[in-house]
Design a protein around this ligand. Structure first.
Ligand code: ZN
Length: 204
């Protein structure tokens, strides 16, 4: 894992995004605090930890201690977004909120200004390698409009199914933060090639 992270860093990735899954909020189980700590030892890049877990507030401190620099939790996993955001801030990490495909974006509108970034899930979370859901594009557009209306500085991210075909669509819809997994980490080419292809697809 350290080598793969180093490859992404050398290729110019802006940060490393880590999906923490608990087998409860989503069916799979993935990275926990120890893997985040190992990732921390492998790079100086910011570590963006995406908590796809129930009761995320219980684990903020331990993920921050493990080396997270940015933490996003799901709006669907918390009772109060305000309370959750304050709890993330207390750890010293930047604060993001992820939103599932079926959750209306209006759920985030009133709290947008208190966030550092939003992650619009462009697949149903829980598995890598899924197909991008084009029906999520209007959500990205709606959030971009809202962000412009309130002159907010929040970053607008997308997560899931991002590749050379879908990245131009999300960027045109207003995304300025791109998470990519399977299209960068592939068996048939190095990480640098995957990143370069994505960047080129954005510029075109
Ligand atoms: Zn993620």
């Amino acid at each position: 894992m350290g080598e793969q992270i180093a490859e992404a860093e050398a290729a110019g990735a802006d940060w490393i995004h880590v999906d923490a899954m608990d087998g409860n909020f989503v069916p799979n189980i993935s990275f926990g605090q120890d893997m985040v700590a190992a990732a921390r030892r492998s790079t100086r890049l910011p570590l963006d930890v995406h908590l796809m877990i129930v009761e995320p507030l219980k684990h903020l401190e331990s993920f921050a201690r493990a080396g997270a620099t940015r933490i996003s939790l799901h709006v669907e996993a918390v009772d109060s977004l305000q309370t959750a955001m304050q709890a993330v801030r207390k750890t010293g990490c930047a604060c993001g909120v992820a939103i599932n495909p079926e959750t209306p974006v209006e759920a985030l509108f009133k709290d947008l200004d208190d966030l550092d970034y939003v992650l619009v899930m462009t697949v149903n979370p829980g598995f890598g390698g899924q197909e991008f859901m084009p029906e999520t594009l209007p959500k990205v557009r709606a959030l971009r409009r809202r962000i412009a209306e309130c002159s907010s500085h929040v970053s607008l991210g997308v997560d899931g199914g991002i590749n050379v075909d879908t990245v131009p669509l999300v960027v045109a819809a207003g995304a300025d933060l791109i998470v990519a997994g399977s299209s960068v980490y592939r068996d048939d080419q190095p990480v640098a090639a995957g990143l370069e292809q994505l960047r080129r697809a954005i510029i075109q």
